[in-house]
Design a protein around this ligand. Structure first.
Ligand SMILES: Nc1ncnc2c1ncn2[C@@H]1O[C@H](COP(=O)(O)OP(=O)(O)OP(=O)(O)O)[C@@H](O)[C@H]1O
Ligand SMILES: [Mg+2]
Length: 112
């Protein structure tokens, strides 16, 4: 299993939620986050050093899927949220060792 974390523009969340549903991805977790990428948000000088004064609001969408679905979900996210402008976001993929459905005790792919 893999965890796919996509940091996206907040205004793209609804569209992505619908696209994931259409792609038969059921479980998702969504966080409102603040962040910056290679443009560093906005910076200002304070007591001789450059500090960040503004992170930009983003939304982080987390989906755990079977390894075989990873590329499909990545493509779906890109197709849905890409504008081609800076700040489109980023996708992180990492390993997940276990998943347990609390109600039934099912494990692994059965629990997704
Ligand atoms: N290396 C990183 N680690 C953790 N979070 C990141 C990283 N890069 C980007 N993010 C998160 O993704 C959000 C969007 O990043 P963004 O799309 O601006 O990336 P970028 O590298 O600056 O690319 P672009 O040049 O297209 O803007 C950031 O606000 C931050 O929350
Ligand atoms: Mg950026």
């Amino acid at each position: 299993m893999k965890k796919i974390e996509a940091v996206i523009r907040p205004e793209k969340l609804e569209e992505l939620k619908d696209a994931l549903k259409k792609g038969n991805i059921n479980g998702i977790t969504v966080d409102q986050v603040m962040g910056c990428g290679q443009q560093h948000g906005w910076t200002e000088h304070y007591r001789g050093s450059e500090i960040m004064v503004n992170f930009l609001p983003k939304v982080e969408v987390k989906v755990i899927v079977d390894d075989s679905k990873v590329q499909e979900v990545i493509n779906l996210i890109i197709d849905t949220v890409k504008t081609g402008e800076v700040g489109d976001g980023k996708i992180f993929v990492s390993d997940v060792s276990e998943c347990i459905r609390i109600r039934t005790g099912e494990k692994g792919l059965d629990a997704l």
